[in-house]
Design a protein around this ligand. Structure first.
Ligand code: FES
Ligand code: FES
Length: 169
């Protein structure tokens, strides 16, 4: 199989039933993506595919050939952390850090959804083509990413700080 991950092409042989999460971690050595529940409940395995967030534990790797996959290893530039990564450090958005790669990939996907006007259960006006990140929107849209350490206040602060800086640029 052949994959495009973080702008790099990878080739490997794997059982056709391999999940994208196991492919990343066990076959390609990209262990930044974490395995929490392995059943779609915790969000630790969140990666981006063509800019949209998915749970890699629920995805069959074979289906994602030819798509642009981004993992936490591909979020920073070669010279500096992504602003959201820096904000997680600045705002104490983690303790053990196990959920952090998924939180960051998920938040980046969420910001894309807001820009495209993709509604959530909290969106009141469905005519909007872009959606502001209200506290309710943020909590609803990030509810698929659990943090066992309870670092939620810092996580919310880091995402809000990055989002506000981006929309006021
Ligand atoms: Fe995929 Fe928990 S490991 S959602
Ligand atoms: Fe430990 Fe979130 S920082 S699980």
């Amino acid at each position: 199989m052949q994959f495009l991950i973080n702008d790099k092409t990878y080739e490997c042989e794997a059982d056709i039933r391999t999940s994208l999460l196991d492919l990343l971690r066990d076959h390609l050595g990209l262990s930044g993506t974490k395995k929490g529940c392995n059943q779609g409940a915790c969000g630790a395995c969140t990666v981006l595919v063509d800019g949209e967030r998915i749970n890699a534990c629920l995805a069959l790797a074979v289906k994602y050939q030819g798509r642009a996959i981004t993992t936490i290893e591909g979020v920073a530039s070669t010279r500096s952390l992504h602003a959201l990564q820096a904000a997680f450090i600045e705002r104490d958005g983690f303790q053990c850090g196990y959920c952090t790669p998924g939180q960051i990939c998920s938040a980046l996907g969420m910001i894309g959804e807001l820009k495209r006007g993709v509604p959530s259960a909290m969106t009141t006006d469905l005519r909007n083509t872009t959606i502001d990140l209200s506290p309710d929107e943020l909590r609803e849209r990030m509810s698929g990413n659990l943090c066992r350490c309870g670092a939620y206040n810092g996580i919310v602060d880091a995402i809000e700080q990055t989002y506000r800086a981006e929309v006021t640029e």
